[in-house]
Design a binder for this molecule. Structure first.
Ligand code: SAM
Length: 260
């Protein structure tokens, strides 16, 4: 039984055993870990993880691949398959006490950013996450103010997680080969948030609005949200653009808006 990779599910299967070993070493799974894999596919990471951890929950949208996944990972441990869309998956449903989730995945690249935004809702129950992403997306996750890659994804990810790029993975490590370079990143929720905000939803809304028209000045993009005086009070010049603001400046502006 041969599976034909489906583009619409972002299927690029890992075939490079040296890379697979390196990913598993980085994850360093322990028998007591509550491991969850997003998009197990044919089991390239699932099988070695299951051999070590003995228990694993996986979330896979493509129901046609599941019989092959089960066959490939047979007899390695207890594999629980959730045939669902990860973007609708409630990660809290996997938690039964105070344990935290270690989430891993060679993510479908077409929806990797929405997946990260979805996971932001579950930081309190996550210990760490290891993801294969497009190299360009990892640059955006880790970007600092003033860089062209810096945007809403950078601000919101860095607000919630410690971002550590780990290593590059070339296109030849996959079948079919993606057109882009890939890399592994570790995201670990902060023990204490790096900045204080009065309301996380208001912070999210503010950052979203600020980056809605990246090239425009904040005086324009935020004109329905705040006055020039409020920008100045947060140490922001009205002529600055969102891509120039630090996490702290966004947080200070959010606090000032909340107080008035
Ligand atoms: N883990 C496998 C590997 O490394 O070879 C497959 C990785 S492949 C890049 C992405 C996987 O995510 C595929 O198995 C695909 O079917 C699955 N997938 C795509 N969209 C999904 C979604 N919305 N929810 C859950 N899984 C999804």
């Amino acid at each position: 039984m041969k599976h034909i990779a489906r583009k619409r599910f972002g299927q690029n299967f890992l075939i490079d055993t040296a890379i697979i070993d390196r990913i598993i070493q980085s994850i360093n799974p322990q028998p007591d870990d509550k491991l969850v894999e997003i998009g197990p596919g044919l089991g390239a990471l699932t099988c070695p993880l299951l051999s070590i951890a003995k228990k694993l929950d996986v979330i896979e949208l493509d129901r046609d691949i599941i019989p092959l996944l089960k066959k490939n990972c047979a007899d390695r441990g207890q594999l629980t398959i959730h045939n669902q869309d990860v973007l609708r998956f409630d990660f809290k449903s996997l938690i039964h006490n105070t344990e935290k989730l270690k989430i891993i995945g060679n993510l479908p690249y077409n929806i990797s950013t929405p997946i990260i935004f979805h996971l932001v809702n579950y930081t309190s129950i996550i210990s760490d996450m290891y993801f294969m992403l497009q190299k360009e997306v990892i640059k955006r996750l880790a970007a600092t103010p003033g860089n062209s890659e810096y945007g809403r994804l950078s601000v919101m990810t860095q607000f919630h997680f410690n971002v550590t790029p780990l290593f590059l993975v070339p296109p030849e490590s996959f079948d079919p080969r993606p057109k882009v370079e890939s890399a592994i990143v570790r995201l670990r929720p902060h023990d204490t948030l790096p900045v204080t905000v009065p309301d996380k939803q208001a912070f999210d809304d503010l950052v979203k609005q600020a980056f809605s028209q990246k090239r425009k000045t904040l005086k324009n993009t935020l004109k329905t949200h705040c006055s020039v005086d409020q920008l100045l009070a947060a140490n922001i010049q009205p002529g600055q653009r969102a891509e120039e603001l630090s996490l702290k400046q966004f947080a200070d502006l959010c606090t000032i808006l909340h107080q008035s």
